[in-house]
Design a protein around this ligand. Structure first.
Ligand code: KG4
Ligand code: ZN
Length: 355
């Protein structure tokens, strides 16, 4: 079965072609265009700008994905050899989502193909099933704890099977990625700041600043990161550090590295503690990561160490780095496990979609 996956929920335009013919899910092509560089200077995403860029990118991305994956020329007016089209229908920015959803509906109508609407969050989860080309769907033993950490979500899920996924908890305010991005802004770093903070943190001392780890010991599986952001803001203000001033930033490289390391450690400590607690409570066989923050090396190594220290019999699965952030391949991957396809008439964008 060949599925074309389309992702446009935010600032990445992703189109991919996946094939499960050989018992594994193979990525025949995956093309991602991003408007991130446009948002770097504004310190965040302006929804109108993101939607306009989606409109610009969608046809070139689609053309290239079909050419690379199937050697199909979209201008040929033929129908490509695919079985279904999968598209992200939420959650996300409405303008961005509409570009993908309306494109997918048009193609489904024109080519007479079924349409599979995919929740973006399940896309992040199913990025784990396409990490290597010989990865078989049965490789991940259930039950599993899933930590989805992206720009807008910090969610812990219990996955008993493909059709039984329960939400254990989520963030009460800022998401982990949002915390990285907002703190990055305070430190004069371009948006999105997660990977930059992580890179700068390598040379820093994570114990240099004592920052709060909100809700780390709470009985539930919820998260909160806004207190960490406020604590960092207060620290920067009290010391009159001005990271917007390039001269100050260059002169205080070590200070910046120490701040980045301390912030990263605080976020990672909370994520790891709660994930490990959930894994122990539900006696799971696997832990799965997903979302942009899952690309964080410190999170991956700390989680690995914590599970082995506690001798938890769990396997840790992390998507390939380029599959942690938004892409079309994860959407097509989720479609192999999703509910039956629909007619194009029955699919609409839902920006507030939950699990
Ligand atoms: O999943 P994603 O691409 O988009 C959303 O669905 O939100 O995640 C983007 C988020 C951003 O907040 C970005 O700062 C964060 O992922 N991120 C990272 C890293 N790479 C991306 N955070 C920490 N460490 C990284 N290496
Ligand atoms: Zn995402």
């Amino acid at each position: 079965m060949k599925i074309l996956g389309i992702e446009t929920s935010c600032d990445e335009t992703g189109v991919a072609l996946l094939d499960n013919a050989k018992g594994t899910i193979q990525i025949s092509s995956s093309i991602v265009a991003s408007s991130l560089s446009l948002h770097a200077t504004t310190g965040g995403i302006i929804p109108e700008v993101a939607a306009r860029e989606q409109v610009k990118f969608i046809l070139p991305t689609l053309t290239e994905a079909l050419k690379t994956g199937l050697d199909f020329d979209i201008a040929s007016k033929q129908t490509p050899d695919i079985d279904a089209i999968a598209v992200t229908y939420g959650p996300g920015l409405i303008g961005s989502l509409l570009v993908g959803v309306e494109t997918a509906k048009t193609l489904a109508l024109l080519w007479n193909k079924p349409l599979i609407p995919i929740n973006h969050m399940y896309g992040h989860l199913y990025a784990n099933w396409i990490t290597t080309s010989d990865f078989r769907p049965s490789t991940i033993p259930f039950p599993a704890i899933v930590l989805i950490v992206s720009g807008n979500h910090t969610d812990l899920l219990l996955m008993n099977s493909h059709s039984d996924i329960q939400v254990l908890g989520g963030t009460r305010d800022d998401a982990a990625g949002e915390a990285f991005d907002k703190i990055g802004r305070l430190l004069g770093l371009p948006y999105p700041a997660g990977s930059t903070i992580s890179r700068l943190a390598i040379k820093g001392n994570p114990k240099k600043f004592v920052l709060p780890r909100p809700m780390i010991g709470s009985d539930d599986f919820d998260f909160s990161f806004s207190g960490l952001k406020t604590a960092t803001l207060n620290l920067v203000k009290q010391n009159k550090w001005d990271f917007a001033d390039q001269h100050f930033k260059i002169k205080n490289e070590q200070l910046l590295a120490n701040l980045c390391a301390s912030v990263e450690q605080a976020i990672v400590d909370v994520l790891v503690r709660k994930t490990v607690k959930a894994a122990g409570k539900y006696n799971v066989k696997s832990i799965l990561l997903g979302g942009g923050v899952a690309a964080n090396a410190k999170l991956q190594t700390t989680l690995k160490e914590a599970t082995s220290d506690l001798r938890l019999p769990t396997n840790l699965f992390v998507p390939r780095k380029d599959l942690c952030t938004d892409n079309g391949a994860m959407i097509a991957s989720a479609a192999f496990f999703a509910k039956p396809a629909l007619s194009w008439k029955d699919v609409d964008a839902d920006p507030e979609l939950y699990y």
